[in-house]
Design a protein around this ligand. Structure first.
Ligand code: SF4
Length: 273
């Protein structure tokens, strides 16, 4: 009997412990430390999240496509507006002209390059940069016009500003000097518009180049002879990695690239760097 009670007692404890071990029966521990129930709920949440993410991605890709389409449409409209428009493109050198010629052509302009750079320190350097420009122009079928080297006029224009740092007031005068000559050439040859490669350089402040271009355009028109002012087209060529593109293209065309801006002061500054 005692054995039977013991058995029955042992048996009873055993079942109770078994019941304890099984409790709660369905909530097992998942690998992430949560119970299975929680993990399954998380699964539902993840599925919902995935659905929401998919819808979000579809919406975003739709918006991106719409944006691209509108960009292309705007590009087409700009090209149509500029189609067959001749543009006098003041060129500071061959390397900078590479990206600029490609860019204005993409916008529907047909450029003619105008090399007007009496700011360059020596005639030898002037000829060297001009030769590089001609090499590039030949490769892409663009005409080059040349303003004869006239350093005395540039020195007069920048007189009193010799000790200005690169990027200072002397540069504003320098931009104005070269762009005034470009504006005069645009009027002489009947161009409606002109612009410059100067903005491709990361060392040149584009708004200040634009200001000089606008001033050159309005100052060059002569009300006496009724000539209309050519429009200065404000293109910031350094946008969209324009400078890097010009470096890459200059290499591809095998062009000489100078290591200073142009004037004797910028050459001295470059040698100190
Ligand atoms: S540093 Fe360049 S932009 Fe400035 S004055 Fe000299 S040549 Fe002209």
């Amino acid at each position: 009997m005692a054995g039977a009670r013991r058995d029955a007692g042992d048996d009873g404890r055993g079942r109770a412990e078994e019941r304890k071990e099984k409790w709660p029966p369905e909530r097992k521990i998942a690998a992430n430390g949560n119970t299975v129930g929680e993990w399954m709920d998380e699964g539902k949440d993840e599925q919902m999240d995935e659905g929401m993410n998919e819808r979000k991605e579809r919406r975003m890709s739709g918006q991106k496509e719409e944006k691209e389409a509108s960009k292309m449409e705007n590009g087409k409209q700009t090209m149509a507006k500029n189609a067959s428009k001749r543009l006098l493109l003041h060129a500071c050198c061959g390397p900078c002209s590479t990206h600029c010629v490609h860019t204005v052509r993409e916008q529907g302009y047909e450029p003619v390059l105008y090399f007007s750079n009496s700011n360059i320190d020596t005639e030898e350097e002037f000829e060297r940069r001009l030769a590089a420009l001609r090499d590039f122009a030949r490769a892409v079928g663009v005409e080059v016009l040349v303003d004869p080297y006239d350093p005395a006029s540039w020195r007069r224009a920048t007189a009193g500003l010799e000790s200005e740092p690169e990027g200072g007031a002397r540069c504003d005068r320098c931009f104005l000097h070269n762009l005034s000559r470009a504006a005069a050439k645009a009027i002489e040859l009947g161009f409606d518009s002109f612009t410059t490669t100067l903005t491709v350089s990361p060392h040149k402040n584009s708004p200040r180049v634009f200001a000089a271009g606008r001033q050159a355009a309005s100052a060059t028109a002569s009300p006496a002879d009724g000539a209309a002012a050519p429009a200065f087209v404000e293109i910031d060529f350094k946008k969209k990695d324009g400078f890097l593109d010009s470096v890459r293209l200059a290499k591809a065309y095998g062009l000489y690239r100078q290591n200073y801006c142009g004037c004797v002061y910028s050459k001295a500054a470059a040698s100190r760097r």
